[in-house]
Ligand binder design. Structure first.
Ligand SMILES: [Zn+2]
Ligand SMILES: [Zn+2]
Length: 433
């Protein structure tokens, strides 16, 4: 896909007022386009209702997904995959967008009219729709009626109050169910999947208030202990270190405690992959299997330098070796090589770890496809199904690189660096450079 960007200098020269006006104008174009995308998404969903399903109802064929709230039409599962991929999104991201769109289109009709009239931004309607999905038809209608006239400026708090009011009016049983369910939303999410290149990880949690207060006090105490011991780190950093100390059941003072420890440390195993050059001290990046993304060699060295760390070196699997067996069954050694080579599901933009994926014979075994390094690819079950019965096909120009053809003829190149949409641009007034 190619894009044309007209340089602002042409229209604005040296005039700051003209630059500002130009930016506003472009922003308006962007918002108009976002509305058009949402309208197209609604149209796409309507074209792919549950009635469009073909094929038997088995676990390999397409199912209908109930994405919006009560009363919304369902959408054919593989239509979500095609739409998401065509717009440059992961299947999950596209599914969320279509959920908001369907909810808005069928249950927030007044708000939808505001969008269609150009008075409401698409992203704003999306956030409103996300909040109303859990409501009954009547409650959603109530919110729609009250929000529509002010939807373009309604804040999150005001929206929340309206939704609470709608629930109390129309879904009193839901209010009690929500109160009980709130306790079930407690969670601690350690986002190992999104580790930063510097080796830090985001943690997100929802705790019972009493537990949260205890945790806050423990972090404050741990941070203070470090300061007293001479740490010059910022309070934020010391609190983060204190949380790690808590996890290891130690405090900065490491006072000897009497009696048995409340619990024993659990062993954490990280599989770290380093190139030979990195091992020899050439710097660079390594990769931790348990987390996506690269880690600096320095960070890995620091972890290994910790006296509590045990380092085990395992035999290297040669990723370039061509492993081939005659049987249909894929040996573990071949699976391990494929997983290390591809890291994730081979479908465009899918991030499911290869270790949790199916291993697909790209060319089916019965059609002469070998059980070998160049014909086995990791596919998560969802995308494996889209390939098996949903019209997606793929080839592999070289091991670890996949060229996907969508049912609608779009082309995506997937390799370890990511996904590129390489569909030739057929717009006549947009010549190839
Ligand atoms: Zn081969
Ligand atoms: Zn996948």
């Amino acid at each position: 896909m190619t894009s044309t960007i007209s340089p602002p200098q042409h229209t604005t020269g040296d005039d700051p007022a003209a630059v500002l006006a130009y930016a506003r104008e472009q922003k308006q174009i962007e918002e108009d386009a976002a509305r058009e995308v949402m309208k197209a998404a609604a149209q796409w969903a309507a074209m792919h209702s549950a009635h469009s399903l073909v094929g038997p109802l088995d676990s390999w064929h397409e199912t209908a997904l109930p994405l919006g709230g009560e009363g919304c039409p369902e959408i054919a599962e593989f239509a979500v995959i095609e739409f998401a991929t065509a717009l440059g999104w992961s299947t999950e991201r596209g599914r969320r967008y279509l959920t908001q769109t369907i909810e808005a289109r069928y249950r927030l009709e007044r708000c939808w009219k505001q969008l269609a009239a150009g008075r409401l931004q698409a992203w704003k309607l999306g956030t409103i729709a996300e909040e109303t999905i859990c409501l009954s038809l009547k409650a959603a209608e109530f919110v729609d009626r009250h929000v529509a006239p002010v939807a373009h400026k309604v804040g999150h708090a005001q929206l929340r109050r309206l939704i609470a009011e709608a629930k109390a009016l129309f879904d009193p049983d839901q209010v009690e169910a929500d109160r009980l369910a709130a306790a079930e939303t407690r969670h601690v999410d350690v986002r190992l999947g999104d580790v930063t290149i510097a080796g830090t990880v985001h943690i997100d949690a929802e705790l019972d208030l009493a537990d949260a207060l205890d945790l806050d006090a423990a972090l404050a105490a741990g941070a203070e202990q470090q300061r007293l011991l001479g740490s010059t780190d910022s309070l934020d950093v010391r609190r983060a270190i204190a949380l790690g100390d808590l996890a290891r059941g130690q405090t900065a003072l490491d006072l000897p405690t009497e009696g048995p420890k409340p619990w024993t440390k659990r062993q954490v195993v990280l599989h770290v992959h380093l190139s030979e050059a990195s091992l020899r001290g050439a710097g660079g990046l390594g990769r931790v299997e348990e987390a996506r993304g690269p880690i600096t060699t320095e960070q890995i060295r620091e972890w290994c330098g910790n006296p509590d760390t045990t380092v085990t070196v395992r035999p290297v699997i040669d990723l370039a070796e061509h492993i081939h067996v005659d049987a249909y069954e894929i040996p573990d050694r071949l699976k391990a090589q494929i997983d290390l080579r591809d890291h994730t599901c081979a479908f465009p933009r899918c991030t499911r770890p290869a270790r949790r994926c199916d291993h697909d014979h790209r060319v089916p075994h019965e059609d002469g496809g070998a059980t070998c390094s160049c014909n086995i690819a990791p596919l998560c079950r969802r995308h494996h199904r889209a390939k098996t019965t949903g019209g997606w096909t793929y080839t592999s120009p070289e091991p670890g690189t996949y060229l996907w053809h969508s049912p609608f003829g779009y082309l995506y190149l997937r390799d370890h660096t990511g996904t590129t949409d390489i569909t030739p641009d057929v717009t006549p007034d947009d010549p190839e450079p």
